[in-house]
Design a protein around this ligand. Structure first.
Ligand SMILES: Cc1ncc(C[n+]2csc(CCOP(=O)(O)OP(=O)(O)O)c2C)c(N)n1
Ligand SMILES: [Mg+2]
Length: 578
């Protein structure tokens, strides 16, 4: 047979065939999952290449954990599962932390990992990167599936998508054995096997009786408080939530990632009067916020002596009564619940007693005034307030910028100081207070939204994902990283009380993190004063060039564990040891 004829026959055959590689790409596309965050290697290198060639955006990271955090926050920002792609055993495990984090934070995410030969793994015969990944993943996420046959790729991905986004969102693991990718099947049968998921996160309408009960309790309040959690921000029901909060007239407290749902400068915002509203409120309505450690479980001294009734709006029925009695549970998706509440409130709704709202406002104004001079200080070396005062103004002038924030003092103080004006513009460490989310979240935030990112990072926090500055430079992303460099964890002043090793919490003094960015062609700036910091950050956000500002912070300025030092166990023998 002439060579040309053989070639065209092969092409014709190939046209009638598809395989695991192509089916997975087609299934992702069919469901609008167009961005993959991952790290290449056996057995998924070619899959990544083919996905990129087919028009999907495939972003390669330097470590799977960072790709995983990127996928997790992409899910939070878009309400579609963020996709992370890794190799087997070690790559999978590197991604697993992010998958567990996604589940804990209720972010929809799918971790797709290649895996080794099932027959060898199950007999523990020592395959390349051998691990029973499905079994390991199961305990760490909302759902875990393995696809063994190419004809099941469509249904497998559909299950993963539904599990990730429906009800309370979370992380899903999808195990993809190496053999799956090469499996061949008829192209037409392959096309037919794909599933376009219809209504992946169906509305969950609250029962009318629960709405009435909630409004009755709210109406009875003399000192109401609304707490907005990141579930409320996730819902993308921004207008309805704002209308509801304004109609109640109640003070509201945003949890850190709910900041900006209503602007922090809103007259009802009680962010700067947190301890007053927690202590003195008599009815507390939680919207997409959980009574976990971040709210002292709804009890104890932070909540004061005043008896309280809790209303809770959440998609997860098991969340009710998790820590304290919920007298008015409202179960449904936040958008549907808030709309139902608004509709049932009618045209007239009495504002809370003025005594309460003026007390809260007075406390808040007092705290804001107290803070103002500290934010304008020009100390050199800078302290946290001097540096954060600058960044607070930057965000005020550029409210579309997405703020990513991690660290201890760098986190706790930035959360209080930097006002946020728009929904989902503050991304931070979430429920676990995990270090390492910084660069992954920064990358996904700009990739998914097109907005520039300001990443405010403790020097320790930054170190967990710092190598991704190369990724940022490689893709030319508009990310300005400000490293609050105080030479260590919490403070750079600790001393070893025995021997010559450095103390456990200190780093190399005077390190120049800006040079890391320069190593990959980005812009590095060493800022020693508020004025230098201001100029560097504005220049970065104007130019949209990858930039790292090493902000030199007084090593003695921070406190142990930032604002949560009380969680450290204490040794009764400490005095004796000292
Ligand atoms: C994955 C993980 N490992 C360790 C910790 C413990 N931890 C909490 S904050 C922190 C770093 C704080 O130092 P830095 O980021 O420099 O902020 P600073 O207080 O100095 O401003 C660490 C290591 C954590 N939260 N998460
Ligand atoms: Mg530090």
């Amino acid at each position: 047979m002439p060579e040309g004829t053989a070639k065209s026959m092969a092409a014709a055959d190939a046209q009638d065939l598809t395989d695991g590689f192509h089916l997975l790409i087609d299934a992702l596309k069919l469901n609008g999952l167009t961005t993959i965050y991952g790290v290449p290697g056996i057995p998924i290198t070619d899959f990544g290449r083919m996905a990129q060639a087919s028009g999907l955006r495939v972003l390669s990271f330097r470590h799977e954990q960072n790709a995983g955090y990127a996928a997790a926050i992409a899910g939070y920002l878009t309400k579609k599962p963020g996709v992370c792609l890794t190799v087997s055993a070690p790559g999978f495990l590197n991604g697993l932390t992010a998958l567990a984090h996604a589940t804990t934070n209720c972010y929809p995410m799918i971790l797709m990992s290649g895996s080794s030969e099932r027959e060898i793994v199950d007999l523990q015969q020592g395959d390349y990167e051998e691990m029973d990944q499905l079994a390991v993943a199961k305990t760490m996420c909302k759902a875990a599936y393995r696809i063994l046959h190419a004809q099941d790729i469509g249904i497998g991905l559909a299950r993963a998508i539904r599990a990730a986004v429906s009800g309370r969102p979370g992380g899903v693991y999808l195990d993809l054995p190496a053999k799956l990718f090469g499996q061949v099947m008829n192209a037409e049968a392959g096309r037919k096997s794909l599933v376009k998921v219809v209504d992946a996160a169906p509305a969950q309408i609250p029962a009318p009786a629960s709405i009435k009960r909630a409004l009755d309790v709210l109406k009875s309040a003399k000192r109401p408080l609304i707490i907005l959690g990141k579930g409320a921000a996730y819902a993308q029901a921004d207008d309805a939530i704002r209308a509801f909060v304004e109609k109640t007239g109640a003070p509201f407290l945003p949890m850190s990632m709910a900041k900006g749902l209503l602007p922090d400068t809103h007259p009802q915002c009680a962010g700067a009067a947190r301890s007053t509203v927690l202590k003195d409120s008599d009815v507390v309505m939680m919207i997409g916020a959980r009574l976990n450690w971040l709210l002292s479980h709804g009890k104890g001294k932070n909540w004061g002596e005043a008896p309280k009734k809790f209303i809770q709006v959440d998609i997860e029925p098991k969340e009710m009564d998790s820590n304290v009695e919920i007298v008015a549970p409202v179960v449904g998706d936040i958008g549907s619940c808030i709309q139902a509440l608004l509709d049932a409130m009618g045209a007239k709704w009495d504002a809370p007693p003025a005594e309460w709202t003026t007390t809260v406002k007075a406390k808040r104004d007092e705290n804001v005034v107290k803070m103002a001079p500290r934010l304008m200080n020009n100390n050199i070396p800078m302290d946290y307030h001097g540096a954060l005062g600058v960044l607070r103004t930057v965000i005020k002038e550029r409210p579309d910028t997405i703020l990513v924030n991690e660290g201890a003092n760098t986190l706790d103080l930035a959360r209080g100081v930097i006002d946020i004006y728009k929904p989902r513009k503050r991304l931070d460490v979430g429920t676990w207070g995990v270090m390492g989310i910084g660069m992954g979240q920064a990358i996904a935030a700009t990739v998914e939204t097109g907005h520039p990112v300001l990443a405010v990072e403790g020097d320790s926090a930054f170190g967990f994902s710092g190598m991704e500055v190369e990724t940022i430079c490689r893709y030319g992303l508009p990310i300005c990283i400000v490293v609050f460099n105080n030479n260590g964890i919490y403070r750079g002043t600790d001393v070893n009380r025995a021997g010559s090793d450095p103390a456990t919490t200190v780093f190399v003094a005077g390190a120049r993190y800006d040079k890391m960015m320069e190593a990959f062609g980005g812009v590095g700036v060493n800022a020693t004063s508020p004025d230098e910091l201001r100029r560097a950050v504005h220049a970065a956000l104007d130019s949209r060039k990858p930039t790292l500002v090493n902000a030199v912070i007084d090593p003695a300025a921070g406190s142990e564990s930032g604002r949560i030092g009380n969680l450290n166990p204490q040794s009764a023998l400490k005095k004796k040891q000292a």
